[in-house]
Design a protein around this ligand. Structure first.
Ligand code: NDP
Ligand code: 2IT
Length: 455
């Protein structure tokens, strides 16, 4: 463990724990970044003096508010909403909104903290934020979702703006929810402006935004594999989740000649040894986006597949793994099972899906491991491009945006290599992608903060 001239990592982390009681996910995210950043700043006095890491690990502001809405039976329902604005040193606050019953302040603080480094890695001018509510969209009618979204925006609108803070989607917030929220913002402010990203094409959305996170996570995987002389073609892959990120990751793996064996939701996973091809992926997209059904229904249609109730896919043997559902969905034992079964690379479509102990298993085994803040940055990167298009009042075509996404992911991979090269694996330089992403992401934000003096 690296020790700084001033305070060592464990003393620093004790302080973080004391100031954020019970916020285990936030503490976990800060711990994961701090172990690398401490080593990097060990001999860099200016970062210590300005308390840069301490400042990034304290959100600029956490806004919480009541969201009141009426359900279809005329019951008044009360939810809690938040926006965590973590850091705007390099650009307006930017990050998604999550609607899920498990949402807490700790989860949104971890996500806003991670987002700060992720957005920095994209090279685009975006600070880090996250928001959401403990509202559960599952089983709600369209009108209930609309009334909730409108009420949520009635509170949120005063804290956001195209040069202040630009939210987008995340778990439970897709095109439908963005539409309802954008409509309400426009109604309240009488302004059409690029205040949200992930909009539909008809009202200022960007080509490639729906695909960007999942495709980007596969491009990152491909970059890692190619750096080691490997490729996706002919490899098998485990994917968790069956939402926006998971379905698009599955699509790109399939397009590049890989075979997807699993997908999941919070009830369990499906295992299809024949491979989840484009036709099956399209079926899953319709299941999730239109009928809003459960992944267990898959085995009624594709009968060679099996459904594993209450289980996660990590004990199936495969070459590649892409966790694309939620935080802490891959633990130490599951990481060990993947390594034992010969996984060669892991690319995280979700944010912090692997526990700290699981990450250590991957690092000790020296497999290629792309952490979420690098691997899933394609989504927010194309959101950044949506902001540029809205500001310029133009729309770029699919091909241009596809090329831009490919290049952005390559640049992020190169930054991780630059800051993360360490040791050897089979005689080749081995890349610690966690360290590379943490340091490269930190440095840009830290240098901007230094330029501002103490504020
Ligand atoms: P969606 O809401 O589209 O899909 C989420 C998927 O994950 C669903 O299959 C859902 O199953 C499953 N899931 C959610 N919570 C849990 C849970 N507690 N346990 C098990 N499964 C769960 O969300 P996205 O695809 O947009 O997001 C997935 C991940 O990717 C998240 O970690 C998000 O932060 C991250 N991400 C998203 C980006 C984006 O652009 N959308 C960008 C970068 C990262 P069920 O339907 O049963 O709830
Ligand atoms: O976690 C993420 O990067 C997102 N949910 C996307 C954020 C965005 O602003 O597009």
């Amino acid at each position: 463990m690296a020790v700084s001239d001033h305070v060592d990592l464990s003393t620093f982390m004790e302080g973080v724990k004391k100031r954020n009681p019970g916020q285990t996910e936030f503490v976990q995210a800060v711990q994961e970044v701090s172990q690398d950043v401490f080593e990097f700043i060990d001999d860099k006095e200016e970062y210590h003096e300005a308390q840069i890491l301490r400042r990034i690990a304290e959100p600029d502001r956490v806004v919480s508010f009541r969201v009141c809405w009426e359900d279809d039976n005329h019951n008044i329902r009360v939810q809690r909403g938040w926006r965590v604005q973590n850091n705007n040193a390099i650009g307006p606050y930017k990050g998604g909104i999550r609607f899920h019953p498990t949402v807490t302040e700790s989860i949104l603080k971890f996500l806003a903290f991670e987002q700060t480094f992720k957005n920095s890695l994209t090279g685009l001018p975006m600070g880090g934020a996250k928001g959401g509510s403990n509202f559960n969209p599952s089983g709600k009618s369209d009108s209930e979702v609309m009334r909730f979204c409108q009420s949520f925006m009635t509170e949120l609108y005063r804290h956001i703006g195209p040069d202040t803070d630009v939210p987008a989607g995340d778990i439970g917030v897709g095109s439908r929810e963005i539409g309802y929220m954008f409509g309400q913002y426009k109604r309240i402010t009488n302004r059409w402006e690029g205040v949200l990203t992930g909009k539909a094409i008809e009202y200022g959305g960007s080509q490639m935004r729906p695909e960007a996170t999942g495709y980007g996570a596969v491009y990152f995987l491909q970059n890692m594999l190619q750096h080691a002389g490997e490729d996706i073609e002919g490899k098998t892959a485990l994917i968790s989740g069956s939402g926006n990120v998971a379905t698009h990751a599955a699509e790109k793996i399939t397009q590049l000649g890989g075979k997807v064996l699993t997908m999941s939701d919070s009830d369990g996973f499906v295992h299809d040894p024949d491979g989840i091809d484009q036709e099956k992926i399209d079926w899953i997209k319709r299941l999730k986006n239109e009928r809003r059904g459960r992944i267990s229904e898959y085995v009624d249609h594709f009968t060679d597949a099996t459904f594993h109730q209450g289980k996660r896919p990590w004990n199936v043997s495969a070459d590649l793994a892409l966790p694309c559902a939620t935080q802490n969905e891959l633990n130490e034992d599951e990481a060990k099972a993947l390594v034992t079964d010969g996984v060669i690379a892991v690319s995280e479509g979700a944010n912090m899906p692997t526990t700290l102990e699981g990450v250590k298993v991957f690092q000790d085994a020296k497999i290629m491991y792309g952490p979420g803040k690098a691997a899933n940055a394609g989504g927010v990167a194309v959101s950044g491009l949506e902001m540029s298009q809205n500001s310029e009042r133009i729309s770029w075509n699919q091909e241009k945006l596809g090329d831009m996404l490919t290049n952005l992911m390559e640049d992020i991979h190169d930054k991780c290599v630059e800051y993360g090269e360490e040791g050897k694996r089979d005689g080749q330089p081995s890349i610690n992608y966690v360290k590379g992403a943490n340091i490269a992401g930190f440095k840009k934000v830290a240098d901007a903060m230094l330029a501002f003096g103490v504020v």
